[in-house]
Each structure stands twice: as structure tokens, then as C-alpha cells.
Design a protein around this ligand. Sequence first.
Ligand SMILES: NC(=O)c1ccc[n+]([C@@H]2O[C@H](COP(=O)([O-])OP(=O)(O)OC[C@H]3O[C@@H](n4cnc5c(N)ncnc54)[C@H](OP(=O)(O)O)[C@@H]3O)[C@@H](O)[C@H]2O)c1
Length: 391
Amino acid sequence: MVRKVSIFGSTGSIGCNTVDLILRHPDSYDVVVLTGGRNVTLLAQQAKATGAGLAVTAFEDCYDPLAEALEGSGIEIAAGPDALIEAADRPADWIMSAIVGAAGLAPGLHALRHGTTLALANKESLVTAGPLMLFEAKKHGATIIPVDSEHSAIFQALVGEDINAVERIVITASGGAFRDWSLDRLKTATLEQASNHPNWDMGQRITIDSASLFNKAMELIETKEFFGVHPDQIEAVIHPQSLVHALVGFTDGGLMAHLGPPDMRHAIGYALHWPDRRHVPVDRLDLVQIGQLEFRAADPDRYPALALSRFVMQTGGLSGAAFNGAKEAALNAFIAGNIGFLEMARVVEGVLEQIDAENGHNSAMITLDNVVQMDHLARNSAAEIIRKIAR
Ligand SMILES: NC(=O)c1ccc[n+]([C@@H]2O[C@H](COP(=O)([O-])OP(=O)(O)OC[C@H]3O[C@@H](n4cnc5c(N)ncnc54)[C@H](OP(=O)(O)O)[C@@H]3O)[C@@H](O)[C@H]2O)c1
């Protein structure tokens, strides 16, 4: 049976890996929509290679270059945030949500309203609006399959299990580029150094978030939202090899671990073929060659992002939207060279404190409008703090 599929964020790291898997079995898929941002050359190439019906760039000023690159192809084109929403309304059996940042939330929500199967890589959706995503999925009979490797691992470990028999969930963190650096040395970390991940090949933003453990902080929140467990049941440990992605501990003391190579095509392939398992072209682990698996505690002084995520998990409401908006603003400021590596956590902490004191995070319902409003509030508050500490 040919399945209709769409890929939001096809030009990114997750998106390219998804296209790679689709192109290995082109007769099995009918590609409805591909979306990208500024990389219109790649978007056009992918659209031609997959025979996509529609190619959308998120930016209106990229319409002309996209039109030029696809001239004569017969592929429909569109541009802008509204075009992304309209594209999410096009019927598809399976949709990959792999836009980076809060911009991924609205298209994902729209896709759920059509009862689709949503492969969710965009972690910001669950961090900013987890309860809304789950509510919409339930209401419209849609299915969300997590694509983050840790959440895919938990999802797989829970097949056939009762969530009430879960005692704890452990997600692993590689520790990113700076896992062996001292706190003093971290103060001097540069953009170039933070953008090199020792194990995974990912987009720049998530690579930097891996070095600061903001990525892990997001994943702790995602775990709470998606699996509905209490924050105290979720922990993160450093596992430098990135082979064990997560472990689920049950009430009988058993611990189910999920292992796989650090290659996102495993989690993407699992989501693509779910509920079946099919061949996925990733390396197979050689346990004897690996020899030993290493785990260590995550030092809270070096990774303040983890404590901030605990605050968000315990506070709930719109605190996830504030956390994410502040984190994105702080990351932009670090990338622009305006603040240092460790100052990103200071910015997020300052924003959470300020918003908590002024408005509270819990007061408003989690609707798309309220999430967007809180996102703006957090970015404005972050901008003020960044101005004060900018070099
Ligand atoms: N990479 C991984 O291994 C990995 C693992 C787990 C979860 N995730 C999550 O998956 C998502 C994607 O990550 P990634 O590493 O693939 O990111 P990425 O390589 O930076 O790609 C992001 C995609 O989003 C597009 N985009 C950028 N800004 C946009 C905007 N304002 N509106 C709409 N589209 C926009 C990009 O387009 P252009 O490039 O054309 O500008 C690209 O297609 C993130 O939420 C990330 O946290 C990633």
C-alpha cells in the first residue's frame, strides 16, 4: 500500500534523514508536502527527487528563489507561516514534524486535527504545549510517535507494558562537547567548540543545546508530558557513549534498556514503520567491541539547565513556553556572540523568575494563542536581561 507522507523541516538534519529513508523505497510513499526554511536549493532538490506535490518555504522572501529552482517541475510552491499551516491541512497518513524551534508547534497541531500519525521530532511542541498536543491527538483520533531517540527508546520499552507499573524513567545524556571540561573552562567555551558533538551529527542549535544540557532539560519535560509520569520518577544520567538511549524501571525492580547506534534513522525508521518493524540501514552494535558501558551523575553546578527543567516540570502551565522562549532567545544571543556559554542558563533563570513574580505561569490555559503570547513575553524579558549582561 502506498502511504501519503509529508515532511515538515525536510531540509534539516532530521528531515534529510527522513528523506533518505523514504527514497530507499520510493514506490511505497506518495510525498504530499515538503517544507524548509532558507535552504531553498536543497528543498527544490528534495522535492524533485521525491516527486513531492507541494514545496513550502517558511519565509516569504524565499518564494522567488524557490520558484526559480522549481521552474518547469510542475511542483506547487508556497511561502510563509500561513502556507505551512495550509500544508499541514493537506491529508497525509504520516507526517514528520521536524521544524526546529517553537515554529514547529502550529503545523503539528493542525496535522493532529486531521487524525494523522505524527512523528514528533520537534521537541518544542511538547515542552511548550504538551497537554494541548495530547488533547488534540485524543480528540481527533491522531497518533503521536516520538522521534527523539530517548523518547522513542522509552516508547519501545513500554510496548505491552502498563504505565502504572513504571517506577522510574532514566534518560541518558552524552554530555555533549564539554562533558570533560571544568566549570572554569566552560566560561570560555566558544560557538565553534559548542557546535561540535562528539557522537551525533545534528543541527547546530540542538548540538549547542546538547553541550549545555538544555537539550536534556527539554527532554525531561517532554518525558513528563508525553508519558504522564511524575517529575520525581524521571532522571538524567551522563552516558558518554550514546548507545543506551533510555531505560524504564518497573515496580518489580526490572530495568528495560534500549540500545542502538547514535543514528537518528533508527528512531525515524521506527516511527515511519510503526507498529511494524522493518529493516533500517543503521550500523549494528558489536557488544564485544564496545566492551563496557559508562554512566555517571550529571553535575548540577555544570548543568544548571537540569534544575530549571525541574522547576518547569513542577510548575506546569505555561512555564514550558516561557522556558523555551527564553532558551531560544539565549541561544540566539550566544550564537550572535553577545553572551557567554554559561550565561544562557542565567538568562533562562532570570526570565522564569521574572515571569513567575509578575504573572505566574499557571494562570492561563494552554491554548496556541496563550503559548504564543507567553513565548513573546519570555523573549522580551530575555532581551532585557541579555542587554544587561551583553559583552
Ligand atoms: N537532529 C537531531 O538529531 C534531533 C534529534 C532529536 C530531536 N531533534 C529535534 O528535531 C527538530 C529539528 O532538529 P534538526 O536538528 O533537524 O534541526 P535543523 O537541522 O536546524 O533543521 C531545522 C528545519 O527547520 C527549518 N526551519 C528553520 N527555521 C524555521 C522557521 N522559522 N519556520 C519553519 N521552518 C524552519 C529548517 O529550514 P532551513 O534549514 O531550510 O532553513 C530545517 O528544515 C528540533 O526540534 C530538534 O530539537 C533533532
